[in-house]
Design a protein around this ligand. Sequence first.
Ligand code: DGT
Ligand code: CA
Ligand code: CA
Ligand code: ZN
Length: 587
Amino acid sequence: MKNNEIAKIFREISYLIQLAEKDPNTIYKVRAYDKAADVIENLSLSIEEIYLKDGIQGLRKIPSVGNAISSKIEELIKSNKIAYHEELKRKIPIRISEFSKLRGFGPRTMKILYEKLNITSISELEKAASEGKISKLKGFSKTKEENILKTIQLSKQNKRRYLLGDVYPLIKKIEIRLTSQDNIIRCVVVGSFRRMRETIGDIDILVSTEEPEKVIDFFVNMPEVVETKGKGRAKAFVKLRNGIGVDLLVVPEESFGSASQYFTGNKDHNISLRNLAISMNLHLNEWGLYNKGGKKIAGNNEQEIYEALQLQFIPPELRENCGEIEYFSKHRNTRLELIDYGDLKGDLHTHSEITDGTMSIYDMALHARKKFGLEYIAITDHTKSLRLANGLDELQLLDQINNIERLNDTVNENSTADTDTNFRILSSAEVNILKDGTLDISNNILDKLDIVGASIHSNFSLSKEIQTDRLIKAAKNPSVDILFHPTGRLINKREGYSIDIEKIIEAACETRTVLEINSNYNRLDLRDEHIRIAVENGVKLAINSDAHHPVHFAYLLFGIGQARRAWAKKIDIVNTLKVDTLLKSLK
Ligand code: DGT
Ligand code: CA
Ligand code: CA
Ligand code: ZN
């Protein structure tokens, strides 16, 4: 029995106690089960293994696991159930696992619904709500009833999408683990992950092997797997601890290319590609590309499939059916010099501990250079009107310029002979754009900085017209080189302030202001369609991490993926330039 299954049962017990027992002392019991569930869920060692090795004594060494809990665990491992849990379930026949997926149905609400209306399942809840029975209960209203119906609808669609950056490390770990299996010939994570979409619905993994059964067995038994939803001879579908689903597809080696093409998608790209094949008297599916006589003419790798269809290889990020098939068939011999994952030489948006970052300027620089191979970073600490982040005033900013000048010597003194280029810390700031479009630091100070970024951190709800003018005014400011995270959106959390993005792109073009692609995976701002408009209008872009800690330089990967999806070329991105050329190219 896995840790999270044990934890789930303890949580159910806690929930049921709150429904069933009237004794006020039960609160301690409830807390004990909740705490144990938390600890067990986050334990890296397997509870079952601890028990098998050290028995009940071993269990008691786990924090928050005392005599009562440890004997419950023993009971669970030995008999696969806990008598107390079964007894509670008999008393209260509510389907807890259904309600735990719904927001707002804690034990207190459920107790009322159960006692007054005898509701035990979501379908009963839905029925009662649509018959108007819930709004009649004390403490409930018509609005509450409508919200219940809405919540049920949403949970039915179950459209949770995961942020790429939240699942990226986990997916890479699984990909590497599978790739290193002896009986797996090739492995690639396909689907939206390979296309570097900003959010991922589910993970799709493709492997080729001569031992499908063994590979599938290995896959469904990985430690991250909490539930096997389906298992066949050539596929498996599981759920991971964090809730995301994974499809595993197993193909013979000779179909690996066509299958990776098919399962990378997207669906519309596939349909267009298949139609192109048909127009050439060919047939394309996940097993291969076939001619009229049924003979397979390609399938081992993607390259040969695209070639046989008289196309250049189309990078996965571009496979969105947004003109890529037409483009790559017309331009078979010229390369689209897309921005690539190793192309960035610097990062123009980083924070230090002086404001809301967590490391010294020196450490940020050192990590950027040593761990991420960058040649320069701009320290863009916040300015004074952002008090929450200890924003710098004019004098502190001038101080920082001097400090950075000195640090530039230190950084390069300590460098080893194997680094031939000098590292450069640029003095900069993330200046606040005030409500009226002016900045909170005067231009004569800003002009002493190497580079200036400006962004909005307040007054998000102005009208579209005023908000647009506000940003345009900032772009027209001769001291402002870059507009940081231009729309202010947070994926899945916040729409961003309302602006006319085309007008802002126009203003950026006229004033030669750079627009940022903020690589923080919560932002990815600008978004792909806007980047594409910017690129088409000759506006330059900067792909920045907005790092508040050195590990955040890793976010640059997501910004690059975003830029590629939007067809941005290396020459469109200013921080692919060497630092001197970059500084000369700014307005
Ligand atoms: P997601 O999971 O919502 O983030 O997006 P995808 O693109 O990963 O979609 P998913 O997981 O449903 O399917 C993976 C790929 O398999 C998809 O990108 C294209 C291919 N595929 C799935 N269903 C179909 C289909 O009905 N027709 C075609 N041509 N391809 C499909
Ligand atoms: Ca998927
Ligand atoms: Ca899928
Ligand atoms: Zn920032």
